[in-house]
Design a protein around this ligand. Sequence first.
Ligand SMILES: [Zn+2]
Length: 296
Amino acid sequence: MDVERERTFSPGGGPATIKDSERAITSFSDLLESRGYRATFFVVPDAARDLATVLTDLAHRGHEIGLHFHANSWNGNYTLDRVLPIGAQPAGVQREWLSAAKKLFVDALGFPPRCFRGGYFSANPSLYEALMDLEINCGSTTLPGRHSKRLHTFWKHAPPAAHRIERAGPKTDGKNQFIEVPVTSKQNWLGFLAKDGDVRLERLTSIDQLFDAATYSLARQRKMDAPVKHLCFLTHNTYDYGDGNSPMKCKRLILETLLDRLPEMADRIGFTPCPGTVPGIANALEKCNNIKSACE
Ligand SMILES: [Zn+2]
Protein backbone atom coordinates (compact mmCIF):
# COMPACT_ATOMS: atom_id res chain seq x y z
CA MET A 1 0.00 0.00 0.00
CA ASP A 2 1.26 3.46 -0.90
CA VAL A 3 0.61 5.85 1.97
CA GLU A 4 0.23 9.45 0.82
CA ARG A 5 -0.18 12.72 2.70
CA GLU A 6 -3.64 14.20 3.05
CA ARG A 7 -5.13 15.40 -0.21
CA THR A 8 -4.46 19.11 0.54
CA PHE A 9 -0.71 18.44 0.54
CA SER A 10 -0.68 15.75 -2.13
CA PRO A 11 -1.59 16.95 -5.65
CA GLY A 12 -1.46 13.37 -6.99
CA GLY A 13 -4.18 12.27 -4.55
CA GLY A 14 -4.44 11.23 -0.92
CA PRO A 15 -6.90 10.67 1.94
CA ALA A 16 -9.10 13.57 3.04
CA THR A 17 -7.87 13.40 6.65
CA ILE A 18 -5.26 11.67 8.80
CA LYS A 19 -8.13 9.75 10.43
CA ASP A 20 -9.18 8.36 7.03
CA SER A 21 -5.56 7.43 6.36
CA GLU A 22 -5.40 5.52 9.66
CA ARG A 23 -8.61 3.72 8.87
CA ALA A 24 -7.38 2.67 5.40
CA ILE A 25 -4.09 1.39 6.82
CA THR A 26 -5.47 -0.50 9.81
CA SER A 27 -8.43 -2.06 7.97
CA PHE A 28 -6.04 -3.23 5.22
CA SER A 29 -3.49 -4.68 7.64
CA ASP A 30 -6.20 -6.35 9.77
CA LEU A 31 -7.69 -8.09 6.75
CA LEU A 32 -4.28 -9.30 5.55
CA GLU A 33 -3.35 -10.50 9.04
CA SER A 34 -6.58 -12.46 9.31
CA ARG A 35 -5.35 -14.58 6.36
CA GLY A 36 -1.72 -14.84 7.53
CA TYR A 37 -0.22 -12.14 5.28
CA ARG A 38 1.79 -9.05 6.12
CA ALA A 39 1.75 -5.86 4.01
CA THR A 40 4.50 -3.61 2.73
CA PHE A 41 3.57 0.03 3.30
CA PHE A 42 5.46 2.63 1.27
CA VAL A 43 5.01 5.81 3.27
CA VAL A 44 5.85 9.40 2.28
CA PRO A 45 7.97 10.95 5.06
CA ASP A 46 5.40 13.55 6.13
CA ALA A 47 2.82 10.77 6.58
CA ALA A 48 5.34 8.78 8.66
CA ARG A 49 5.47 11.75 11.02
CA ASP A 50 1.65 12.04 11.14
CA LEU A 51 1.04 8.31 11.61
CA ALA A 52 4.02 7.34 13.78
CA THR A 53 2.06 5.41 16.43
CA VAL A 54 0.06 3.34 13.93
CA LEU A 55 3.11 2.57 11.78
CA THR A 56 5.46 1.56 14.61
CA ASP A 57 2.73 -0.76 15.91
CA LEU A 58 2.41 -2.33 12.44
CA ALA A 59 6.18 -2.80 12.23
CA HIS A 60 6.08 -4.67 15.56
CA ARG A 61 3.39 -6.93 14.10
CA GLY A 62 5.63 -7.90 11.17
CA HIS A 63 4.44 -5.50 8.48
CA GLU A 64 7.13 -3.69 6.51
CA ILE A 65 7.30 0.10 6.54
CA GLY A 66 9.28 1.44 3.58
CA LEU A 67 9.82 4.89 2.11
CA HIS A 68 7.65 6.43 -0.60
CA PHE A 69 8.53 9.74 -2.22
CA HIS A 70 6.53 12.19 -4.33
CA ALA A 71 8.52 15.25 -5.39
CA ASN A 72 5.29 17.28 -5.61
CA SER A 73 4.16 16.49 -2.07
CA TRP A 74 7.55 16.74 -0.37
CA ASN A 75 7.67 19.50 2.26
CA GLY A 76 6.17 22.68 0.78
CA ASN A 77 6.45 21.53 -2.86
CA TYR A 78 2.68 20.98 -3.05
CA THR A 79 2.29 24.76 -3.31
CA LEU A 80 4.37 24.89 -6.50
CA ASP A 81 2.82 24.61 -9.92
CA ARG A 82 5.06 22.13 -11.66
CA VAL A 83 7.47 19.89 -9.80
CA LEU A 84 9.10 17.19 -11.89
CA PRO A 85 8.89 13.60 -10.54
CA ILE A 86 11.87 12.29 -8.58
CA GLY A 87 13.29 10.36 -11.57
CA ALA A 88 13.54 13.60 -13.57
CA GLN A 89 15.34 15.58 -10.87
CA PRO A 90 19.11 16.26 -11.03
CA ALA A 91 21.20 13.71 -9.08
CA GLY A 92 22.16 16.30 -6.44
CA VAL A 93 18.51 17.14 -5.74
CA GLN A 94 17.54 13.46 -5.57
CA ARG A 95 20.29 12.84 -3.02
CA GLU A 96 19.42 15.89 -0.93
CA TRP A 97 15.67 15.15 -0.87
CA LEU A 98 16.03 11.42 -0.21
CA SER A 99 18.54 11.95 2.56
CA ALA A 100 16.25 14.50 4.27
CA ALA A 101 13.26 12.19 3.69
CA LYS A 102 15.08 9.28 5.31
CA LYS A 103 15.99 11.47 8.30
CA LEU A 104 12.37 12.55 8.76
CA PHE A 105 11.27 8.90 8.51
CA VAL A 106 13.85 7.74 11.08
CA ASP A 107 13.08 10.61 13.47
CA ALA A 108 9.38 9.73 13.31
CA LEU A 109 9.54 5.93 13.51
CA GLY A 110 12.86 5.16 15.19
CA PHE A 111 14.09 2.77 12.49
CA PRO A 112 15.38 3.26 8.92
CA PRO A 113 13.41 2.29 5.80
CA ARG A 114 14.72 -0.89 4.13
CA CYS A 115 12.77 -0.51 0.91
CA PHE A 116 11.60 2.23 -1.46
CA ARG A 117 8.99 3.10 -4.08
CA GLY A 118 9.11 6.34 -6.07
CA GLY A 119 5.91 8.28 -6.67
CA TYR A 120 4.33 7.45 -10.06
CA PHE A 121 7.02 4.70 -10.36
CA SER A 122 9.44 7.38 -11.49
CA ALA A 123 13.12 6.41 -11.32
CA ASN A 124 16.47 6.64 -13.13
CA PRO A 125 20.02 5.26 -12.57
CA SER A 126 21.15 8.14 -10.31
CA LEU A 127 18.11 7.58 -8.07
CA TYR A 128 19.20 3.97 -7.45
CA GLU A 129 22.74 5.16 -6.66
CA ALA A 130 21.37 7.62 -4.09
CA LEU A 131 19.23 4.86 -2.54
CA MET A 132 22.19 2.47 -2.31
CA ASP A 133 24.28 5.20 -0.64
CA LEU A 134 21.46 5.62 1.90
CA GLU A 135 21.56 1.85 2.54
CA ILE A 136 18.16 1.28 0.97
CA ASN A 137 18.88 -1.77 -1.15
CA CYS A 138 15.52 -3.03 -2.28
CA GLY A 139 12.13 -1.79 -3.33
CA SER A 140 9.22 -1.99 -5.69
CA THR A 141 9.93 0.83 -8.08
CA THR A 142 8.57 -0.52 -11.37
CA LEU A 143 5.16 -1.13 -12.85
CA PRO A 144 6.10 -3.17 -15.94
CA GLY A 145 4.49 -1.63 -19.02
CA ARG A 146 3.84 1.82 -17.56
CA HIS A 147 5.50 4.30 -19.87
CA SER A 148 4.93 8.02 -19.55
CA LYS A 149 7.20 10.94 -20.34
CA ARG A 150 5.07 13.24 -18.19
CA LEU A 151 5.50 11.02 -15.13
CA HIS A 152 9.11 10.17 -16.01
CA THR A 153 8.36 6.47 -15.78
CA PHE A 154 9.81 4.29 -18.53
CA TRP A 155 8.91 0.65 -17.94
CA LYS A 156 8.07 -0.55 -21.46
CA HIS A 157 9.38 -4.14 -21.65
CA ALA A 158 10.39 -4.04 -17.95
CA PRO A 159 10.69 -7.58 -16.54
CA PRO A 160 7.94 -8.89 -14.21
CA ALA A 161 10.35 -10.89 -12.01
CA ALA A 162 12.40 -9.73 -9.01
CA HIS A 163 15.87 -8.80 -10.27
CA ARG A 164 19.09 -7.01 -9.40
CA ILE A 165 19.92 -3.47 -10.46
CA GLU A 166 23.68 -2.95 -10.35
CA ARG A 167 25.25 0.39 -9.48
CA ALA A 168 25.89 2.27 -12.71
CA GLY A 169 28.71 4.47 -11.38
CA PRO A 170 31.97 3.52 -9.62
CA LYS A 171 31.61 0.70 -7.07
CA THR A 172 31.77 1.56 -3.36
CA ASP A 173 32.63 -0.37 -0.18
CA GLY A 174 28.91 -0.68 0.60
CA LYS A 175 26.30 -2.70 -1.29
CA ASN A 176 26.42 -2.10 -5.01
CA GLN A 177 23.09 -3.57 -5.91
CA PHE A 178 19.40 -2.85 -5.44
CA ILE A 179 16.89 -5.68 -5.64
CA GLU A 180 13.75 -4.71 -7.49
CA VAL A 181 10.41 -6.42 -6.82
CA PRO A 182 8.04 -5.21 -9.59
CA VAL A 183 4.34 -4.66 -9.14
CA THR A 184 2.24 -7.30 -10.92
CA SER A 185 0.80 -6.08 -14.22
CA LYS A 186 -0.05 -7.34 -17.69
CA GLN A 187 1.82 -6.08 -20.76
CA ASN A 188 0.82 -6.22 -24.42
CA TRP A 189 3.07 -7.55 -27.19
CA LEU A 190 4.69 -4.12 -27.57
CA GLY A 191 5.78 -4.15 -23.91
CA PHE A 192 3.30 -1.46 -22.80
CA LEU A 193 0.56 -1.99 -20.24
CA ALA A 194 -2.23 -4.09 -21.72
CA LYS A 195 -5.74 -2.71 -21.71
CA ASP A 196 -6.79 -3.20 -18.06
CA GLY A 197 -3.24 -4.39 -17.34
CA ASP A 198 -2.78 -2.00 -14.40
CA VAL A 199 -4.45 -4.15 -11.75
CA ARG A 200 -4.21 -1.95 -8.65
CA LEU A 201 -6.95 -3.15 -6.31
CA GLU A 202 -9.00 0.04 -6.48
CA ARG A 203 -9.24 -0.03 -10.29
CA LEU A 204 -10.42 -3.60 -10.71
CA THR A 205 -13.71 -4.29 -12.37
CA SER A 206 -13.55 -8.01 -11.51
CA ILE A 207 -11.35 -10.52 -9.73
CA ASP A 208 -10.86 -12.29 -13.08
CA GLN A 209 -8.98 -9.23 -14.34
CA LEU A 210 -6.57 -9.57 -11.42
CA PHE A 211 -6.10 -13.32 -11.83
CA ASP A 212 -5.57 -12.89 -15.56
CA ALA A 213 -2.66 -10.50 -14.87
CA ALA A 214 -1.33 -12.74 -12.09
CA THR A 215 -1.40 -15.83 -14.34
CA TYR A 216 0.27 -13.90 -17.15
CA SER A 217 2.98 -12.57 -14.81
CA LEU A 218 3.77 -15.96 -13.24
CA ALA A 219 3.88 -17.63 -16.67
CA ARG A 220 6.39 -15.04 -17.86
CA GLN A 221 8.48 -15.41 -14.71
CA ARG A 222 8.50 -19.18 -15.20
CA LYS A 223 9.51 -18.78 -18.84
CA MET A 224 12.35 -16.45 -17.77
CA ASP A 225 13.38 -19.08 -15.22
CA ALA A 226 13.27 -16.44 -12.50
CA PRO A 227 14.79 -17.86 -9.29
CA VAL A 228 12.00 -16.31 -7.18
CA LYS A 229 8.52 -15.90 -8.65
CA HIS A 230 6.26 -13.41 -6.95
CA LEU A 231 3.04 -11.39 -7.11
CA CYS A 232 2.85 -7.83 -5.76
CA PHE A 233 -0.47 -6.01 -5.67
CA LEU A 234 -0.88 -2.27 -5.28
CA THR A 235 -3.37 -0.05 -3.49
CA HIS A 236 -3.47 3.32 -1.65
CA ASN A 237 -4.45 4.68 1.75
CA THR A 238 -7.59 6.24 0.30
CA TYR A 239 -9.84 3.17 0.51
CA ASP A 240 -11.63 1.44 3.35
CA TYR A 241 -10.86 -2.28 3.74
CA GLY A 242 -13.07 -2.60 6.82
CA ASP A 243 -16.84 -2.55 7.23
CA GLY A 244 -17.33 0.36 4.81
CA ASN A 245 -18.72 2.58 7.53
CA SER A 246 -16.62 5.58 6.46
CA PRO A 247 -16.68 8.28 3.77
CA MET A 248 -14.11 6.32 1.74
CA LYS A 249 -14.99 3.80 -0.95
CA CYS A 250 -14.94 0.28 0.48
CA LYS A 251 -12.73 -2.25 -1.32
CA ARG A 252 -12.93 -5.07 1.21
CA LEU A 253 -14.76 -7.51 -1.03
CA ILE A 254 -12.14 -7.50 -3.79
CA LEU A 255 -9.27 -8.04 -1.34
CA GLU A 256 -11.16 -10.74 0.55
CA THR A 257 -11.90 -12.53 -2.71
CA LEU A 258 -8.27 -12.25 -3.76
CA LEU A 259 -6.97 -13.68 -0.49
CA ASP A 260 -9.51 -16.49 -0.40
CA ARG A 261 -9.16 -17.58 -4.02
CA LEU A 262 -5.42 -17.03 -4.52
CA PRO A 263 -4.28 -20.50 -3.32
CA GLU A 264 -6.69 -22.23 -5.72
CA MET A 265 -5.71 -19.94 -8.61
CA ALA A 266 -2.00 -20.54 -7.95
CA ASP A 267 -2.47 -24.28 -7.56
CA ARG A 268 -4.10 -24.47 -11.00
CA ILE A 269 -0.83 -23.33 -12.58
CA GLY A 270 1.48 -25.23 -10.24
CA PHE A 271 2.37 -22.72 -7.51
CA THR A 272 1.89 -22.60 -3.75
CA PRO A 273 1.75 -19.05 -2.37
CA CYS A 274 4.20 -18.13 0.43
CA PRO A 275 3.39 -14.79 2.13
CA GLY A 276 6.21 -12.25 1.90
CA THR A 277 7.03 -8.57 2.13
CA VAL A 278 9.13 -6.72 -0.46
CA PRO A 279 12.38 -7.09 1.58
CA GLY A 280 11.41 -10.74 2.22
CA ILE A 281 11.25 -11.39 -1.53
CA ALA A 282 14.51 -9.47 -2.04
CA ASN A 283 16.21 -11.61 0.62
CA ALA A 284 14.90 -14.78 -0.99
CA LEU A 285 16.41 -13.70 -4.32
CA GLU A 286 19.72 -12.86 -2.67
CA LYS A 287 19.82 -16.26 -0.98
CA CYS A 288 18.84 -18.10 -4.13
CA ASN A 289 21.98 -17.05 -5.88
CA ASN A 290 20.57 -18.45 -9.06
CA ILE A 291 19.49 -21.71 -7.44
CA LYS A 292 15.81 -22.45 -8.13
CA SER A 293 13.39 -21.13 -5.52
CA ALA A 294 12.01 -23.52 -2.96
CA CYS A 295 8.83 -21.44 -3.13
CA GLU A 296 7.73 -22.69 -6.53
ZN1 LIG B 1 2.27 7.55 -4.37
